[in-house]
Design a protein around this ligand. Structure first.
Ligand code: URP
Ligand code: ZN
Ligand code: ZN
Ligand code: ZN
Length: 532
C-alpha cells in the first residue's frame, strides 16, 4: 500500500508565519509530511502534482458567504432570494481557491422563527438538497431576543451543531435590534462561548438621510452611498464596542468598509479589548465613483455595485484600509458574497424586489425616462437589494491588489484569508494551515513568471449571477489547483469536484480570543458583578 495518495513537489509552502521550499505528502485527506524530497519508492504509483516553485497555500476559508438565504438587505427590510445555492456558490468558491465557506442561517422576526434550532434545521436541508463542492459551516443570524430561546437553544447550537458564531444587526428595519436587545443576545452568546459578529451601521441615520435624499429626488443608485457615509459605520462601531465592553464580549465587525470604522476598531484594540474586524475585496477595488460607472450617473445598471456598507468614498480611504490590512486592524478578509441577479429570473425586468434593478419596467433608466419614473415614484436606491457577488474573485483580487504589489507579504495573505478565519471560528488547525495532521486543503497558484495577466469577464466565473463588479479588472494570477481533503477539485481552469464532496463542519469556540475568561473582566468599565 502506497504511503501517500497525493504528492506535491517543488512547493513554496506558505503559512501565516513561514515560507519554505519543500514537498508535501498527503494520505487519507490529511497532510502527512513536509519534506525536502521523496524517494523513488515513495513516489511509485502515487499521483503527483509539480507546483513548479509556485506558492502553495492552505485552502481559502471564506467566513462570510450568503447562500440559499432570503436576504432582507434593503434599508427598509426589502430583499430577495439569493441567486446562489450551495451547489453554485461552492462551485464558484473552489474555482477561486476557497475550500471552506461559512454561510448564514437566518432567523426572521416572524413568530414561527422563534426557534433557532428550527431555523438551522431548515437551512441545513437547503444545503443537503444540492450538496456542496466545498466544506461548509453555518453562522446563525439572530434578530429576536427571546430569553427562553437564548437560554435553551444556544447551548444546543454549540454542542450539537458546532455553531460558535452569531451575527447581529444595527441596521436593516427587519433585523436591527435596540441596544438592550443587543446586550441580551451578546450576554447569552458570551456565556455559551459564541463569538458575536456585528453589522455596524446606524439604521436611524440611514433612514433619516434616505428621506432627505428622496425629498430632493436623489434616488439613483449612487445616492445609496450618500445615505450611508462613513460616519454611519463609525457611530455604530463605537456603540457596539461600548456594548461589548460593558459585558467583556469579544466581537468581530463584519465587512468594515471605511477608514473611520477601521479607526474605531483600532482604538478599541489598542485599549486591549477583544475586538476583531473583517474587511472585503469591494472596499479595496470599488469607490463611490463605481456607483455611477455605467452609462450615466442616473442609470439603474449602477445598482450592480450596491452593497452595505458602501465602498469607500475614494482612493485615500482605500489607502487607510490597506494600512489596516498590514498592521493587524483587520483580522480576516472575506468575500461577503451576496448574490443577486441583475436580470429578472423570468427574463422580464419588473418592479419586484428580488433582483437588482428594482425600477419598475426598466433596467436602463436615465434622462427623461428616469425623471418620468421618479415622478411616478417608481424607483429608488432604497428598493435595491444590498450585496454583490465575490466568493470566486476574493483570493485572486487580494493576490493581484495586495500580494503582487508588495503591500502585504505571502504570510499575511494566508493569515487574512485562511488561518485567522479558521482560528476565529474554531476550525484551526484542521483548517487554516499546512502541517502534519491538518486537512489537505490547498490552493496552488501559477508560478508568477509563467502567468499571462488577463481581464476578467463574468462568463469565466462559476456563480449563478449574471454580472461581476470586477468585469474588465486585470488579474495577475489565479489558482491553478484547488485541493479539498486530498481531492483535486479544480485544475487548470476546470472543475473536477462535484457537489457532495464538501461536508458540514462542526466548529468549536474561537481560538483567537482569550477574553471569554471571567478573570479578564475589568471592573473600571465592565459590569463585573454580572459574572459573580
Ligand atoms: O450589502 C451587503 N453586505 N449585503 C449582504 C448582507 C450583509 O449585511 O452582510
Ligand atoms: Zn451585514
Ligand atoms: Zn453579508
Ligand atoms: Zn443605462
Amino acid at each position: 500500500m502506497a504511503k501517500f495518495d497525493l504528492i506535491i513537489l517543488n512547493s513554496k509552502v506558505v503559512t501565516a508565519s513561514d515560507i519554505s521550499t519543500c514537498c508535501i505528502g498527503i494520505k487519507s485527506g490529511k497532510i502527512r509530511t513536509l519534506v525536502d524530497e521523496f524517494t523513488a519508492d515513495e513516489l511509485q504509483g502515487v499521483e503527483v502534482i509539480d507546483a513548479e516553485g509556485a506558492y502553495v497555500m492552505p485552502g481559502g476559508v471564506d467566513a462570510h458567504v450568503h447562500l440559499c438565504q432570503d436576504l432582507k438587505t434593503g434599508p427598509h427590510g426589502l430583499g430577495g432570494e439569493c441567486a446562489d445555492n450551495f451547489e453554485t456558490g461552492s462551485r464558484s468558491a473552489v474555482a477561486g481557491g476557497t475550500t471552506t465557506m461559512i454561510t448564514f442561517a437566518t432567523q426572521t422576526r416572524a413568530e414561527e422563527d422563534r426557534s433557532l434550532l428550527s431555523v438551522v434545521e431548515a437551512y441545513n436541508a437547503r444545503a443537503e438538497a444540492t450538496g456542496s463542492y466545498a466544506d461548509y459551516g453555518f453562522h446563525i443570524i439572530i434578530v429576536r431576543n427571546d430569553a427562553d430561546v437564548l437560554e435553551n437553544e444556544l447551548p444546543i447550537l454549540m454542542k450539537d451543531w458546532g455553531i460558535s458564531s452569531c451575527k447581529l444587526f444595527l441596521t436593516y428595519e427587519t433585523q436591527k435590534m435596540t441596544d438592550s436587545q443587543l446586550l441580551d443576545v451578546m450576554f447569552a452568546a458570551r456565556k455559551n462561548l459564541i463569538t458575536t459578529m456585528v453589522h455596524a451601521e446606524n439604521g436611524d441615520m440611514i433612514r433619516w438621510l434616505t428621506d432627505k435624499l428622496e425629498s430632493k429626488g436623489m434616488v439613483a443608485p449612487y445616492y445609496h452611498a450618500l445615505s450611508r457615509p462613513p460616519l454611519v459605520e463609525a457611530e455604530a462601531t463605537n456603540r457596539a464596542i461600548a456594548l461589548a465592553h460593558l459585558i467583556q464580549n469579544p466581537i468581530l465587525f463584519v465587512h468594515v468598509g471605511s477608514a473611520l470604522g477601521a479607526a474605531s476598531v483600532r482604538k478599541a484594540q489598542t485599549m486591549g479589548l477583544p475586538i476583531y474586524a473583517e474587511t472585503c475585496p469591494q472596499y479595496f477595488h470599488l469607490t463611490w465613483n463605481d456607483l455611477k460607472r455605467f452609462h450615466s450617473p442616473t442609470c439603474f445598471e449602477n445598482s450592480k455595485m450596491i452593497c452595505s456598507p458602501p465602498p469607500p468614498p475614494d482612493a485615500s480611504d482605500q489607502e487607510d484600509l490597506f494600512t489596516g490590512l498590514q498592521n493587524g486592524t483587520f483580522t480576516i478578509y472575506s468575500s461577503d458574497h451576496c448574490p443577486f441577479r441583475y436580470d429578472h429570473p423570468n427574463g422580464k425586468p419588473s418592479g419586484v424586489l428580488e433582483h437588482k434593478p428594482s425600477m419598475e419596467g426598466e433596467k436602463h433608466c436615465h434622462g427623461d425616462e428616469l425623471q418620468d419614473l421618479l415622478k411616478r415614484k417608481k424607483g429608488s436606491f432604497k428598493l435595491i437589494p444590498n450585496g454583490i457577488p465575490g466568493v470566486e474573485t476574493r483570493l485572486p483580487l487580494l493576490y493581484t491588489g495586495a500580494l503582487a504589489t508588495g503591500r502585504i507579504t505571502p504570510q499575511k495573505f494566508v493569515e487574512l484569508t485562511s488561518t485567522n478565519p479558521a482560528k476565529l471560528y474554531g476550525l484551526y488547525p484542521t483548517k487554516g494551515t499546512i502541517m502534519p495532521g491538518s486537512d489537505a486543503d490547498l490552493v496552488i497558484w501559477h508560478p508568477d513568471t509563467e502567468f499571462t495577466p488577463f481581464r476578467l469577464t463574468n462568463s469565466m466565473l462559476h456563480h449563478n449571477v449574471d454580472y461581476t463588479p470586477y468585469e474588465g479588472t486585470e488579474f495577475v494570477n489565479w489558482p491553478k489547483y484547488t485541493i479539498l481533503r486530498g481531492n483535486i477539485v479544480w485544475a487548470n481552469g476546470k472543475l473536477q469536484g462535484k457537489p457532495g464532496d464538501g461536508k458540514y463542519l462542526k466548529r468549536g469556540p474561537s481560538q483567537l480570543s482569550r477574553s471569554f475568561s471571567k478573570t479578564s473582566v475589568d471592573p473600571r468599565y465592565v459590569a463585573s458583578w454580572l459574572y459573580e
